[in-house]
Design a protein around this ligand. Structure first.
Ligand code: B3K
Ligand code: ZN
Length: 903
């Protein structure tokens, strides 16, 4: 039974921050591990914080049985302390305190997967953000940092492996078949970085020599039978260690670094000091079970958690409002790591495009919806609801802008100063900004607004060429729509990287009037700093009317409004030296066609026309010929990387298109996008087939960028051919399915078959299940691909939820079916009868009782409900209200639903 539920959960405000009354020096813990009742003895040495006037000790605790409490050796009786609403208070405590606390908890009953829990018979912990309080009473806040020693005791047969943070200092046997291990973490850390793992696990290990010559032990722990899937995680860890030494001069500070994989996990992974705990999805890989995307994600997440060792652990957050201090920065670091691992310029661009796609698809809508919040929020009800794309991905964009403004070297100077000033401290986002600014000698006070103002700025561009004076003016204006609680926005400091193309498609040298006479004009990309609501930048010595390439490499997280003609977009797609904007031009061209088609479908259905839909589409598509031509050029341009071509040939997703329409009509968007895909498939059939054959990757599987790029291009070609509903394509897909020697090709073929009218698709789905029944991560894929199939209606999803392999208790499984459907299959989720919403409400309510954190994530699928047509809105509102009225709602779900209904 949860104890932290209440009808009106309290809102925590950033402005209410006060320093802790007591600081903790050491924490000694003893665990007697037992799934039904684990006993935890904790000894905390504390002293009054001279910076606080208070003498009151405040400890947090949830779902705990308090067995004993002693202060400086004397047992405290109820009355000598207050226990209320998750807080244990001891008024007027002495200046120095030793607290001894004994608590009991039941890990096997813990389905929230926060605190200490059991997964497949083994013990794991998850303490960020506020899970440590489910283990013992503690000042569980990130600005209280202490040294930990941990003694683990358990049955030796069932739990042969006992792990915690830091170094193993002692181990041995006990009576009754039990054993123990004692761990000591030499670094001070906040409680959210505490971890333990106990169970029947095996590891791949390896010694690694750091640049400094020091040797460290690296381990990847998994369940027995999975050792054939750990090599890629180990390689990724080694690459991460080397990269952080080279790029940032940051060394691994421990003698031992462990990664442990667990099948039941709320998110991707967790950066506990020296003992990273990972969702199996981001560790286990071999060609048989993992796709190219899985391989790339594993590298990124292993890197991300490793990089946290400095950005997050050595320097941590003062309070949870500062979450992006560590998350935005660490995402930026993992993005740069992945880009550097590919190495080539075009590889970097592919990575950048991928990252921007995520930002636009998920963060822009968040910034425009009821949960919009700034990168450093001002309030929250449940902090777990704020591990968002805004904190992570927009936060990373904000960090990236420093690098865009100061260059790589300037950014590195800022990082060095940040560690020089703050190593071992719990600090604020402002401290990071100050280090960047001071190291580079710039006044960047206006830049603070990226942290305090929510919402995506819109930048409008107007241009004027004066052929007599040879000047070219760009006038940039910025606006930002109101967000909940923030009606008025002040101008942001926006770096806008610009290039100008001449009529041959070559970059022109750039000289701004403001440069004055002296400056050499060799640069072909300039970063304009837009700081006012409107600003004009004048280029001089511009020999001819240019085509502007604006916001190169996506230099700021904004929406850019530029009026390009179709011809200009095709020109940029063919010539821009900035690969990001090259891709962007193609996306703009495609979006334009798709929005015309969507509007035509809507008009036809609103007017109740008797004309056949096909005719309406064919009429409206008359201008998509230019798109076909442009796509054909890209498809056949062998000078371009296959990975880039795949991105350029992929149409904007239905979700992205939805955000660009005034009133979202999921059916019309789907119809148009499918129609255009089919049309492109027919028009480019021969070229697609040629690309399909030219991009085979025979021989042993390798996840490297070139091979995975080829597979991506080949498989997007297959999906277009399938969309054109060609029988030959069915055979191709079936053949690919049967002959694949890796999961990327096998899954792509199965997705193609599932979304086709191929006769063999049911058999293929069945065979896939049988072949991989023992591989949980593959069965997740099996659920997900069915949940996102165009033909999957609500009834089909309900039927799948009755499948014996389905369970809401495992977050990966819940995500694979329920989340995939509710956020990855808009046309079926938004069925006009509202049955999708009813299904959603049922699942949110069911999950709320099992795992509030996961339930609250699902609850967010209806965030954008006010953007749909009134008939759909009404049904969504009813579903939201039904959830709001459900009994025993967690504060996680209450916050999300409450905000959706209010805004
Ligand atoms: N810091 C963790 C996320 C914890 C989520 C708590 N609800 C993983 C990461 O960002 O690396
Ligand atoms: Zn992180």
């Amino acid at each position: 039974m949860r104890t932290d539920t209440s009808a009106t959960p309290t809102t925590v405000l950033r402005k209410d921050y006060t320093v802790p009354a007591f600081l903790v020096d050491t924490v000694d813990m003893g665990f007697d591990l037992d799934p039904a009742a684990t006993r935890i003895a904790t000894r905390i040495t504390m002293r009054r914080n001279p910076a606080s006037g208070s003498k009151e000790i405040v400890l947090f605790g949830e779902e705990l049985e308090l067995v004993q409490l002693r202060l400086n050796g004397k047992q405290l009786k109820p009355g000598q302390y207050q226990l209320e609403a998750g807080k244990l208070r001891i008024a007027s405590a002495p200046a120095k305190v030793v607290l001894e606390i004994e608590t009991l908890t039941s890990p096997e009953k813990n389905t929230s997967l926060m605190g200490l829990y059991v997964s497949n018979g083994n013990f794991f912990t998850q303490c960020e953000a506020e899970g440590f309080r489910k283990i013992t009473y503690f000042p569980d806040r990130p600005d209280v940092m202490a040294k930990y020693t941990v003694m683990l005791r358990a049955d030796k047969k069932k739990y042969p492996v006992l792990l915690s943070n830091g170094n193993l200092i002692e181990e041995g046997d006990l009576a009754d078949g039990r054993h123990y291990a004692k761990w000591e973490d030499p670094f001070k850390k906040p409680s959210y970085l505490f971890a333990l793992v106990a169970g029947n696990l095996v590891c791949q290990e390896q010694k690694y020599t750091l640049k400094s010559g020091r040797e460290v032990l690296l381990q990847v722990w998994v369940e027995d039978g999975n050792l054939d899937k750990t090599q890629h995680a180990m390689d990724s860890l080694i690459n991460s260690i080397r990269w952080d030494e080279e790029r940032f001069g940051l060394e691994l500070d421990l003698d031992r670094f462990m990664i442990v994989a667990v099948g039941d996990f709320n998110m991707g992974a967790m950066e506990n000091k020296g003992l990273n705990i990972f969702n199996t999805k981001y560790v286990l890989a071999n060609p048989r079970i993992a796709t190219d995307v899985d391989y790339a994600n594993i590298e990124a997440v292993v890197g991300h958690e490793y990089f946290h060792n400095w950005t997050g652990n050595r320097v941590t957050c003062r309070d949870w409002f500062q979450l992006s201090l560590k998350e935005g920065l660490t995402v930026f670091r993992d993005q740069e790591f992945s880009a550097d691992m590919v190495g080539t310029d075009s590889g970097r661009a592919v990575k950048r495009i991928d990252d921007v796609r995520v930002l636009r698809q998920a963060q822009f809508p968040e910034d425009a919806g009821p949960m919009a919040h700034s990168v450093r929020p001002d309030s929250y009800v449940e902090i777990n609801n704020f591990y968002t794309v805004t904190i992570y991905e927009k936060g990373a964009e904000v960090v990236r802008m420093y690098q865009t403004l100061f260059g790589r070297d300037g950014f590195r100077k800022g990082m060095d100063l940040y560690f020089e000033r703050h190593d071992g401290q719990a600090v604020e986002c402002d401290d990071f900004r100050a280090a960047m600014v001071d190291a580079n000698g710039r006044d960047l006070s206006q830049f603070e607004r990226w942290y305090s103002q929510a919402g995506t700025p819109r930048v409008r561009v107007q241009s004027k060429y004066d052929s007599a004076k040879k000047t070219y003016e760009l006038t940039l204006t910025q606006t930002c729509a109101p967000t909940p609680g923030q009606a008025k926005k002040l101008p942001f400091h926006i770096p806008v990287a610009v290039g100008l193309l001449d009529s041959k498609g070559k970059d022109m040298p750039l000289r701004l009037q403001a440069d004055g006479k002296g400056k050499a004009n060799t640069e072909t990309t300039r970063v304009l700093e837009l700081t006012k609501a409107e600003q004009t930048f004048r280029f001089v010595e511009v020999a001819e009317q240019p085509v502007p390439s604006i916001l190169r490499n996506f230099s700021a997280p904004v929406v850019l409004d530029v009026e390009y003609s179709d011809a200009e977009l095709a020109f940029l797609l063919a010539h821009d030296s900035d690969p990001f904007n090259r891709w962007e031009a193609g996306q703009r061209l495609a979006t334009r066609s798709l929005l015309v088609l969507t509007a035509a479908v809507q008009d036809a259905s609103q007017a109740g026309h008797v004309v056949a839909l096909q005719d309406v589409l064919n009429n409206a598509a008359s201008n998509s010929g230019a798109l076909g031509e442009a796509f054909g050029l890209i498809l056949n341009d062998a000078a371009l990387d296959a990975a880039f071509r795949e991105l350029a040939l992929t149409l904007p997703s239905e979700t992205l298109l939805a955000e660009q329409t005034e009133v979202i009509d999921p059916q019309a968007i789907h119809t148009s996008r499918q129609y255009l895909r089919g049309k492109l498939g027919q028009a480019l059939k021969d070229d697609l087939l040629a690309a399909y054959h030219a991009n085979q990757t025979p021989g042993a599987y390798s996840p490297d960028a070139e091979a995975s790029g080829k597979r991506a291009l080949k498989n997007v070609a297959l999906s277009y051919l399938i969309q054109a509903d060609d029988e030959a394509a069915h055979a191709l897909a079936q053949q690919q399915y049967d002959n694949a020697n890796n999961m990327t090709d096998r899954l792509a073929a199965l997705v193609a078959l599932t979304n086709s009218s191929a006769p063999g698709k049911a058999a293929a789905l069945e065979k896939f299940y049988e072949d991989f029944a023992q591989e949980a991560l593959v069965i997740d894929k099996w659920f997900a691909l069915q949940a996102t199939a165009y033909t999957a209606d609500v009834a089909a999803i309900r039927a799948l939820s009755e499948h014996p392999a389905f369970t809401l208790k495992n977050p990966n499984r819940a995500r694979s079916l329920i989340f995939s459907f509710c956020s990855g299959n808009p046309v079926n989720f938004h069925a006009v009868d509202g049955s999708g919403y009813e299904f959603w409400a049922d699942q949110v309510i069911a999950l709320n009782g099992v795992n509030p954190q996961v339930a609250a994530r699902l609850a967010r699928s209806l965030d954008r409900w006010r953007k749909y047509a009134p008939a759909l809105q009404e049904k969504m509102r009813a579903a939201l209200q039904r959830v709001a009225a459900a009994p025993d709602l967690s504060k996680d779900v209450l916050e999300v639903i409450g905000k959706a209904l209010a805004n």
